[in-house]
Design a protein around this ligand. Structure first.
Ligand code: ZN
Length: 448
């Protein structure tokens, strides 16, 4: 419809202005405003419980209930922060309207609350039998006298009923926008998620997401990646960790390029929490219970607190921010005493790179120390199956090197580590092994 096209066009014009005018502004250090978006609403029901014997709950109601508790919790813990809900009642907003509320209120964080679902399989089961009359056909006579005789007989046939089989997937996942990510580069686990019908049902017709190949998208994506990717990812990781603390299944942080229109259109760090699976009985009960809703609200609030403390006090995650190599930076003994035997070179497209380090092999208590551009960034960390994350900032026009130093050999030599390197565009996996004779390293080449 023409009206919608005009709306969408003027929206993007406004968005461009908004983003370009603030492209060079400092990312605010103080968290003054938090936007809480209860996903869906009004005629947009979202997903609903549809399996047999489900509570028939609707995503729009669950998201509203959790959002109201989240708003209350945030206000209670941070009375100085302006907490703005996109809705407090069962009303419909297009995703553009939701984004506009966030942008008009100059949010410093955008928290989006949703519930997951997926296609349901239909099951069939026998509920009884019934008698059915069939006919046996026989013939008598020959030629013109041939006669057809049908003899009725009774058979017992099964009677089936059909029902929707509930999902078995459960847990909470956190999503962020991965602006550049090509669909073909999604990781295996994400592929699994792609089978889930992710918010597709509710695609808003008045909002056409930019084609990911369009120059506009690339420009916006670039700005977003530079300004917000790292912060969104950091907050998302904290939410995931807090969810894990509750004992609930924390599925992790996932990136998606499309399908999170509302994140695409907000000019601030943004995350989307898929609180639970509405078509999985255990999860449906959890996200509908006041206790479950409160637990989620408190977990998100706790993550916001950690994030706020980091951003405002600049107690950053281990980072080389304060440790830019100067000419007179002495080479640490750990580096000079052990030559690098194994080095991996990778090309990255952003200055800010997130690194997750973990032991993907048998857990044998490997302890590592990591230097980035000769500066200590990870000090004697035991590698576990759960990733330890840190951020490094690359310097343009020079070789940026990360060195892995083995503090021990673990129970099984050598000391092995898996590094997941993410520049907001691509995710690389690098396996490194080091021992008492040699260090291992990753060299980053910055190619924008
Ligand atoms: Zn949703």
């Amino acid at each position: 419809m023409i009206k919608n096209k005009v709306l969408a066009l003027s929206f993007f014009a406004a968005l461009h202005l908004l983003i370009f005018s603030s492209a060079f502004a400092q990312v605010p250090k103080k968290i003054k405003t938090i936007i809480v978006d209860a996903g869906h609403g009004g005629t947009d029901v979202g997903a609903s419980g549809q399996y047999e014997n489900s509570m028939r709950s609707k995503e729009k109601d669950v998201t509203l209930a959790i959002s109201l508790k989240l708003v209350a919790e945030l206000r209670k813990q941070f009375p100085e922060i302006n907490v703005v809900p996109t809705r407090t009642t069962d009303i419909y907003h297009s995703v553009t309207e939701k984004a506009k509320i966030a942008n008009d209120n100059k949010g410093d964080l955008f928290l989006c609350i949703h519930a997951d679902s997926g296609p349901l399989k239909t099951g069939k089961r026998q509920v009884g039998t019934r008698e059915e009359t069939r006919y046996k056909i026989t013939y008598t006579g020959k030629g013109k006298r041939k006669k057809k005789i049908s003899t009725p007989y009774s058979v017992t046939v099964p009677v089936y009923e059909y029902f929707k089989i509930p999902l078995t997937r459960k847990g909470t996942s956190v999503w962020i926008l991965a602006p550049h990510k090509a669909a073909s580069k999604t990781s295996a686990i994400q592929k699994e998620f792609d089978e889930v019908d992710f918010e597709n049902v509710n695609a808003d017709t008045s909002f056409k997401p930019l084609k990911t190949t369009s120059p506009e998208f690339k420009t916006l994506a670039n700005i977003y990646a530079k300004r917000y990717f790292e912060r969104s990812d950091r907050l998302a990781t904290m939410v995931n960790d807090e969810i894990a603390e509750t004992g609930r299944e924390a599925l992790g942080v996932f990136q998606r390029q499309v399908g999170i229109y509302v994140l695409q259109a907000t000019n601030m760090p943004a995350i989307l929490v898929e609180t639970g699976f509405i078509n999985t009985p255990e999860d449906e009960h959890y996200i509908n219970s006041p206790q479950g809703q409160q637990e989620i609200a408190e977990a998100i609030t706790a993550a916001v607190k950690t994030y706020k403390d980091q951003v405002e006090k600049q107690v950053s995650v281990p980072s080389n921010e304060n440790a830019l190599p100067k000419e007179d930076t002495p080479t640490p003994v750990a580096i000079s005493s052990r030559p690098v035997k194994e080095t991996k070179a990778i090309q990255v497209k952003n200055n800010t790179v997130k690194i997750d380090i973990l032991d993907d092999a048998e857990l044998d208590n490997d302890i590592v120390t990591v230097y980035f551009n000769k500066a200590l960034v990870v000090d004697k960390k035991v590698l576990t199956a759960k990733a330890f994350s840190f951020i490094v900032n690359l310097i343009e026009g020079k070789t940026n090197e990360l060195v892995l130093y083995a503090e021990n050999l673990g129970a099984i030599a050598p000391n092995t580590a898996l590094m997941i390197i993410n520049d907001g565009v691509t995710r690389y996996e690098v396996k490194l092994s080091s021992d008492f004779k040699n260090n291992a390293s990753v060299k980053f080449e910055l190619k924008k």
